[in-house]
Design a protein around this ligand. Structure first.
Ligand SMILES: Cc1ncc(COP(=O)(O)OP(=O)(O)O)c(N)n1
Ligand code: TZP
Ligand code: MG
Length: 311
């Protein structure tokens, strides 16, 4: 089902989990995730004191602002307001959506956990900005919670019009299956914040998500929406190894490594998919129709020239 226009635009949602990175600070780990391309961050801590959560909320607020990424607070509306977070995430047993909206006002983001299509449709009707769909797989991060399996992901893809994010036990080993079931957005805790190199894991997740999004859109539709991946579309997204270090390229004169495999993926990584741009690869213009077919090779020099204003 096509998605309605939303104030939220994300593919990779990262949630904190301090128990997964003993000896490393939350700011360090989240910054690594941001460097790797996390599009939205949630502060979730089920054991720390409220004061510690409050302090981390302020630290993550500063950090996420520097990266231009939304910050969501799990469970605590008061802390979200105090830290000027972008929104909150609430579960089925937390404060109701209607009460939360009253406290937060119309502009802040409210995400709702759902475990069935009935709950998903109810959250959508109640004005949620996005829903969590999960746990897709059993997970030690949410012990004892039954898995909803990819069947609910398929139902959500068919019936939910607001953004939905698949969550629960998602790893680089199973993300292609979750994408194939219809998820355009995924969320992970342990796989990312428990990794030695959270940035590399995020880059690998983004490469998979971008490859699927790219594959499900013709160039003329690219940049208009995330699109929906059909099961068959996404089967072909090539697996990337965990430690895929990327391809060395120069973009607009800046040397960098990228997981993008095509010009279109590179455009998405630079968040230029909604802009009017001209692409030059090694001195030659690449026409729009060729973006998703043109590979990015080691040593490529790319110019992404975007126009400001009309005309
Ligand atoms: C994106 C996202 N989805 C689901 C959850 C789980 O929220 P909830 O059901 O309230 O459980 P706790 O996280 O509070 O244990 C989430 N936090 N984020
Ligand atoms: C908070 C939450 N809600 C549903 S599953 C889950 C935990 C996801 O964590 P992980 O990615 O480590 O399985
Ligand atoms: Mg909760």
């Amino acid at each position: 089902m096509a998605e309605s226009t939303s104030k939220l635009d994300f593919q990779l949602y990262v949630i904190t989990g301090a128990n997964y990175h003993p000896g490393r600070s939350i700011v360090d780990v989240v910054e690594q995730a941001l460097i790797g391309g996390a599009d939205i961050v949630q502060l979730r801590d089920k054991t720390a004191s409220k004061q510690d959560i409050r302090e981390n909320a302020h630290k993550l607020r500063q950090l996420t602002r520097r990266y231009g990424v939304p910050l969501i607070i799990n469970d605590h509306i008061d802390i979200a307001l105090e830290a000027d977070a972008d929104g909150v995430h609430l579960g089925q047993d937390d404060l109701s959506l209607a009460e939360a909206r009253q406290l937060l006002g119309p502009d802040r983001i409210i995400g709702i956990s759902t475990h069935s299509i009935e709950q998903g449709l109810a959250a959508q009707a109640g004005g949620a900005d996005y829903i969590g769909v999960g746990p897709v797989y059993p997970t030690g991060t949410k012990p004892g919670r039954a898995a909803v399996t990819t069947s609910y992901v398929q139902e959500a893809a068919a019936q939910i019009r607001i953004p939905f994010v698949a969550i629960g036990g998602i790893t680089l080993g199973n993300v292609d299956t979750v994408i194939a079931a219809g998820a355009n957005r995924v969320c992970a805790v342990s796989e990312i914040v428990g990794a030695d190199d959270p940035a590399a894991v995020c880059r690998a997740f983004k490469a998979r998500l971008n490859a699927a999004a790219n594959h499900s859109q013709s160039p003329s539709r690219q940049g208009q929406s995330q699109g929906t991946s059909s099961p068959n579309d996404s089967q072909s997204s090539a697996a990337q190894p965990h430690d895929f270090a990327g391809t060395g390229v120069t973009v607009n004169g800046v040397a960098q490594r990228t997981t993008a495999r095509t010009v279109w993926e590179l455009i998405c990584q630079h968040r230029l998919e909604d802009r009017r741009i001209v692409v030059e690869l090694d001195g030659a213009i690449v026409v729009r129709e060729e973006w998703s077919r043109t590979p990015i090779r080691e040593g490529a020099a790319v110019e992404l020239v975007h126009f400001v204003g009309g005309g």
